[in-house]
Write a protein of this length. Structure first.
Length: 165
């Protein structure tokens, strides 16, 4: 088994993907490739080289602007809106959960964030979590909760630190 992360394309069998959440299943099935083609976001799929059509997991990235977390000292004198990378979706198929694939996908997101930061500049990664369970999962990876909401943030400096470990 050789795992790879690739941009979604027509060959990927999106119809059989099931992560247990209807909205994430519907997105990969009906919207992800079209949004990628239109440049609205980019979706990347985790596949096994032995069965490259099957999607084991996926994530979707987009750019956004956020209000800086002014409660953090380093952002106190920053402008009102700052560029960030948005992790819009991340899901792993039910048959492949608890194998470390979410961690593998997130590691790839962090790697891409560092590449993007070198080219255009971003302050970090933002996530709009759906519920407290998701918040707790991302906090384990070092994301910080913003303003008592379901929004989480990882500064680019932490991305670099994690990648160097």
């Amino acid at each position: 088994m050789t795992l790879k992360i690739k941009r979604i394309n027509k060959q990927h069998n999106r119809k059989v993907f099931d992560c247990g959440q209807a909205d994430l299943n519907a997105y990969i099935t009906t919207t992800a490739r079209q949004h990628s083609d239109k440049g609205l976001s980019k979706t990347f799929v985790l596949i096994d080289d032995e069965q490259p059509d099957n999607i084991l997991g996926y994530y979707t990235l987009a750019v956004c602007e956020i209000q800086p977390p002014h409660h953090e000292k380093k952002f106190k004198n920053y402008p009102y809106q700052l560029p960030a990378l948005k992790l819009a979706r991340l899901a792993v198929d039910i048959n492949h959960q608890k194998k470390g694939y979410a961690r593998l996908l997130l590691s790839n997101v962090i790697h891409k964030a560092m590449l993007i930061e070198q080219q255009v500049g971003i302050i970090g990664i933002i996530i709009n979590a759906k519920n407290q369970t998701v918040v707790q999962m991302y906090k384990k990876y070092g994301f910080i909760l913003l303003n008592k909401s379901l929004n989480l943030f990882m500064p680019i400096e932490l991305c670099k630190k994690l990648k160097n470990q």
